[in-house]
Design a protein around this ligand. Structure first.
Ligand code: FAD
Length: 413
């Protein structure tokens, strides 16, 4: 397929969007007290409306994929257009001006699982899943964390045992976002218990509806239940659904985690909430309060700096380079800024944040404040991100790690 010029691509994308989605009322000015009284990090929905929203999200992906905008940077053999990431960015910035169904159900599947299948999957796995994932026919989730393995992921104990051309998986995963509406999951399991812990792991694609998979919701402090525990009881997976070589699962996991940090870092930071925060300050007549002004300036400066770092990382991706430790910085800064915003709002609203008086723009912030700590843990906790930045950006000595004989670990025994 010949490569369109940037101008041609821009015009085609605009024509597609104009024909298929209403334009956002960009000029509509935010007015304090009007519109949805909703500020959150995670969308908390009941299962019924979530199912409807996932269906709408899938229908939109299908439409845009069929028009050539669903997998712009992907290889042609898997339904992509083979264009550079720069074309993708053009489409994304245009699409941001239109009212389209919320696409958050694809964050994990397309942001992390699909790139891992492309990088490590067998030909069969790529042919079976990649096109369908980008076309919104199937949704994917990430089955990494376990009750005994989070930051120290390599300690995981879910096992996969070979049985002819199949593997039999038994164990438990936890904190699996979106498992309940996912069709497939990327799982990392232990295939060799005698090898050093990072070496005996293997990645697979599992069917989330296969016999032996049990998904149980976990309720979080926001009131929603977007996570799950997932139990595997002798679940069978074909060998052609293996990701990468046997016992090379650590590298497979790293591919996914790099993409995860990129997605979280790029996605957080509060962008659209600033208008709301500034209007709140004005509404309560605090724009001249020196303490409030100081904290607001701090909030805006930190967000700008994080934006520049994100831009640098995104430019690297656009030019075809792998996201590196700057994604850890982006993740760290993005989630710290969300916490900063929560602290600022708490300072301004005080008790209004705690008791629901029905006053617009007050109690609703609870959802954001209760949700942001999750961002500091998901995809690598703040402390783990700091270790990465310390070692790989600042060149500091390596973290002794949980298995080392460091005096600290000896003391903990
Ligand atoms: C919103 C959200 C969504 C998630 N979605 C998924 C998902 O879809 N799939 C999935 O597999 N998992 C998911 N997780 C799980 C997430 O990956 C883990 O929670 C995370 O890796 C931390 O692991 P843990 O909870 O076991 O905490 P632990 O690893 O037990 O950490 C406990 C504390 O110890 C600190 N710590 C650990 N190691 C070090 C160290 N070396 N140096 C200093 N401090 C350290 C941590 O920072 C933390 O404060 C999600 C989590 C959240 C919050």
């Amino acid at each position: 397929m010949s490569q369109p010029t940037v101008e041609q691509f821009h015009a085609d994308a605009l024509a597609f969007l104009e024909a298929n989605a209403p334009r956002k009322e960009a000029e509509k000015k935010f007015v304090w007290g009007e519109g949805a009284d909703k500020v959150s990090m995670f969308e908390e929905k009941d299962r019924k409306s979530e199912t409807q929203d996932v269906a709408l999200a899938c229908a939109w992906r299908q439409k845009k994929f069929d028009a050539g905008f669903g997998y712009i940077f992907g290889p042609e053999q898997y339904g992509g257009r083979g264009l550079t990431a720069a074309y993708s960015k053009i489409y994304e910035s245009l699409e941001a001006n239109y009212e389209i169904p919320n696409q958050s159900c694809f964050t994990i599947g397309l942001g992390m699982v699909a790139p891992t299948i492309v990088a490590h999957g067998s030909d069969i796995a790529r042919e079976t899943y990649v096109r369908k994932m980008y076309r919104g026919e199937i949704v994917g989730c990430q089955l990494f964390s376990e009750p005994g393995a989070g930051s120290d992921l390599a300690s995981l104990s879910t096992k996969a045992e070979r049985d002819g051309e199949e593997w039999v998986i038994t164990g438990q995963k936890v904190w699996t976002s979106g498992a309940h509406y996912s069709d497939i999951g990327e799982i990392i399991a232990r295939t060799d218990f005698d090898m050093p812990k990072h070496k005996g792991l293997t990645g697979f694609i599992v069917d989330m509806r296969a016999p032996g998979v049990e998904i149980r919701p976990l309720r979080q402090m926001t009131g929603g239940a977007s996570f799950n525990e997932v139990f595997f009881s002798e679940v069978r997976v074909r060998d052609d659904h293996r990701l990468g070589d046997i016992n090379n699962g650590w590298n497979v996991a790293l591919t996914t985690l790099m993409n995860e940090r990129a997605a979280i870092g790029a996605g957080s930071g509060g962008g659209g909430m600033f208008t709301r925060v500034i209007e709140m300050v004005k509404y309560y007549g605090l724009e001249k309060d020196p303490v409030v002004r100081d904290a607001l300036a701090d909030l805006i400066i930190h967000n700008k700096v994080a934006g520049f770092n994100n831009q640098r990382a995104m430019d690297k991706i656009k030019s075809g380079q792998m996201p590196g430790p700057e994604m850890s910085m982006a993740k760290l800064a993005g989630t710290a800024n969300m916490m900063r915003m929560g602290d600022f709002v708490s300072m301004v609203l005080g008790p209004k944040l705690i008791a629901d008086s029905g006053e617009w723009g007050t109690y609703a912030w609870n959802q954001l404040i209760l949700g942001t700590p999750g961002g500091r843990i998901a995809g690598g906790s703040d402390e783990v991100m700091r270790n990465i930045v310390a070692e790989r950006v600042l060149g500091m000595p390596k973290d002794p790690g949980i298995d080392s004989k460091s005096p600290f670990n000896e003391l903990r025994k």
